[in-house]
Design a binder for this molecule. Structure first.
Ligand SMILES: *Cc1c(COP(=O)(O)O)cnc(C)c1O
Length: 373
């Protein structure tokens, strides 16, 4: 059988969640599982996230899926609902919602859930400078007053635009504005209002702004959220390993070429391996010449043998250079595209993108399995 596998290590996920609790010990954790748990498969991830206080999803369909999979704690719709009908569905299912614009506010004021319904807690979004979602600092006060009068409990929330880079001045502006409005709301509207500002990068970079809830996403999956540190320096473990196998080996003469567009030309007698994975599985089609994979001897399972990706990544195959590797590596050797090594952050750099996108664009073709440890 053709081998292209996504292996999910639930122990690593639990470890990374514990890491968040260590860094933000006084905050509750909203574990972000939107986009099928960042491409990892939400069904395999939820059982490892039971220590989280809530999960965050982007769509109502994702929230319903998590419920059907047995998630029994809080679920937060981070974009809120898109119609009065969706608001009713959220109430029926006890989902918590972000409210970021007037229409959503109107629906919530027209249709108030019963007191014991979790939808009675609203995540009220303040725009602190990213200018995607949220009320401005003036209208948020009025919105908070109306919601509080209608009996809602509030969590003031906002999102950083540059949390991955500590030195960007907008971070300070956003954090300061959030703190100011948070204090105003506590003084003028409700002393029990809670706050939530930090995604993964901000959890690491801005410990003074953890507030009541943190919202880790990418760090749960073991990729580094910050520009200046690698995931192992942050004691994060990769949850996903993307693997395939060598399905053919060729000996090429100097001058022979490889793949579509004949982009790679042998500068010496070369041994190349054809690997059973491509962009049809979700490996990026465009990578620069720093892209590499780790080849493992199937029998000894030993060592990390680096092999460069050569030629164009195709839909179903990639080609790697085995010339400098031991001859025992060949057909059926296991090839790791990302995991412990290379780290997904390295692949993202070779592909001029971020780990988030590589994870989300995996297709349904690879086989998803639990990683046996
Ligand atoms: C996706 C998301 C997060 C998590 O971001 P990471 O960078 O993956 O930690 C947090 N908050 C909101 C509102 C989000 O949409």
């Amino acid at each position: 059988m053709r081998t292209a596998n996504i292996l999910i290590n639930q122990g690593a996920l639990t470890h990374n969640l514990a890491q968040v609790n260590k860094i933000a010990p006084n905050s509750k954790v909203l574990a972000m599982v939107k986009a099928n748990a960042y491409g990892h498969g939400v069904a395999m991830c939820l059982p490892a996230l039971t220590d989280a206080d809530a999960i965050g999803v982007a769509t109502l369909a994702e929230a319903i899926q998590a419920k059907q999979l047995g998630w029994a704690k809080h679920t937060v719709l981070i974009e809120g609902v898109f119609s009065q009908a969706e608001w009713q569905t959220a109430i029926n299912n006890h989902f918590m919602c972000v409210i970021h614009q007037q229409q959503q506010l109107d629906w919530a004021l027209q249709n108030i859930p019963k007191h014991d319904c979790q939808t009675k807690t609203i995540w009220l979004k303040l725009n602190t400078g990213m200018n995607r979602l949220g009320f401005d600092q003036h209208s948020v006060i009025e919105a908070a007053k109306q919601l509080t009068q209608a009996g809602y409990q509030l969590i003031l929330t906002s999102h950083f635009a540059n949390a991955d880079d500590k030195s960007t001045p907008l971070n300070e502006q956003q954090g300061t504005l959030f703190s100011k409005v948070f204090t105003q709301l506590q003084q003028q509207v409700d002393p029990n209002i809670k706050g939530s500002l930090c995604n993964s990068a901000a959890i690491i970079n801005f410990p003074n702004w953890h507030f009541d809830w943190v919202r880790p996403g990418i760090m749960l999956y073991g990729s580094s959220p910050v520009v200046d540190k690698a995931s192992d320096q942050l004691n994060l473990k990769p949850v996903m390993t993307l693997q395939a196998k060598i399905m053919a080996v060729h000996q090429l003469n100097t001058g022979e070429m490889v793949g579509y567009g004949s982009r790679w030309k042998a500068q010496r007698a070369s041994r190349v391996g054809i690997v059973s994975i491509g962009y049809g599985d979700g490996y990026p089609r465009v990578v620069d010449n720093t892209a590499w994979v780790a080849v493992t001897d199937t029998t000894t399972q030993a060592g990390l043998h680096k092999a460069a990706i050569i030629g164009r990544v195709a839909m179903d195959m990639i080609v790697i250079d085995l010339t400098d590797l031991t001859a025992s590596l060949g057909i059926d050797s296991i090839v790791t595209l990302w995991g412990a090594a290379p780290q997904i952050d390295e692949v993202a750099q070779s592909a001029n993108t971020i780990s988030y996108e590589l994870l989300c664009r995996l297709t349904t073709r690879p086989t998803r399995k639990l990683h046996k440890t």
